[in-house]
Design a protein around this ligand. Structure first.
Ligand code: UDP
Ligand code: MG
Length: 223
């Protein structure tokens, strides 16, 4: 798999270091990882962030579901893994994320539901080579997430109690340690996601307003 040189316009198979031309011309790309358990409200909050702050929303789960529906040769494998609540091979997910980023003209992305384990993160670092600006962590108790998943009725095969339990175990065993890792690097902004949508978004909005300011202030200082 090729890697991403950091410029949205660059479709070349080159690593960031080797692609000086694009680095010079390329825009600085902003990435926010949106992490949280199944049913914590990642998709819902991302849609609101898109409206208010102009990010492009890339949901790893949605990209995988599109891949299934496109009749790809990997479709059956992805479908089976999703139904078992397991994580699909990282290279596949990263390839879909990279492609979606390259197809977009935007320079800021919300990556929702990814990374979910250490291997996911390693693959992202190897192939996309962009440090996330920060992690939005939607913190919600399992009981509330279960209630939401069982009542949301999006026609998803994996929203049944048996698969939900498996997804929670993967979340606990693989994703939460990754949140801790990012927290140890001072990258995590935790929001109480057990509240109603609008209340959660008030906190999210405050957070994004302040980071947007910080970023532009950083540019001013450097120039
Ligand atoms: N999935 C995966 N890798 C990812 C994201 C999702 O393998 O990076 C698979 C995994 O099987 C997961 C399912 O897709 O249980 C659904 O993910 P999604 O993010 O759509 O679920 P959510 O957490 O939003 O309920
Ligand atoms: Mg989702």
């Amino acid at each position: 798999m090729g890697s991403f040189c950091g410029s949205l316009k660059c479709k070349r198979d080159s690593s960031r270091k080797e692609c000086n031309e694009c680095l010079e011309k390329g825009k600085k790309i902003k990435v926010v990882f949106v992490m949280g358990g199944p049913g914590s409200g990642k998709g819902t909050q991302c849609a609101k962030i898109v409206q208010q702050f102009g990010y492009t929303h890339l949901s790893a789960g949605e990209l995988l579901r599109k891949e299934i529906n496109s009749g790809s040769e990997n479709g059956t494998m992805i479908q089976n893994m999703m139904n078992e609540g397991k994580l699909v091979p990282s290279d596949l997910t990263v390839r879909l994320i990279l492609k979606a980023m390259q197809e977009s003209d935007n320079d800021k992305f919300l990556i929702d539901g990814f990374p979910r384990n250490e291997e996911n993160l390693k693959a992202f670092e190897n192939h996309i080579k962009i440090e996330p600006n920060f992690i939005l962590f939607l913190d919600c108790p399992e009981e509330e997430m279960t209630r939401r998943l069982l009542s949301r009725n999006q026609g998803r095969e994996d929203d049944n109690i048996e698969t939900i339990r498996k997804r929670f175990r993967v979340y606990e065993e693989s994703t939460l340690p990754l949140v801790d890792y990012f927290a140890s690097k001072g990258k995590v902004h935790k929001v109480d996601a057990a509240r109603p949508v609008e209340e959660v978004f008030e906190s999210v909005k405050t957070l994004f307003s302040s980071t947007e300011e910080q970023v532009s202030a950083g540019y001013l200082l450097k120039s």
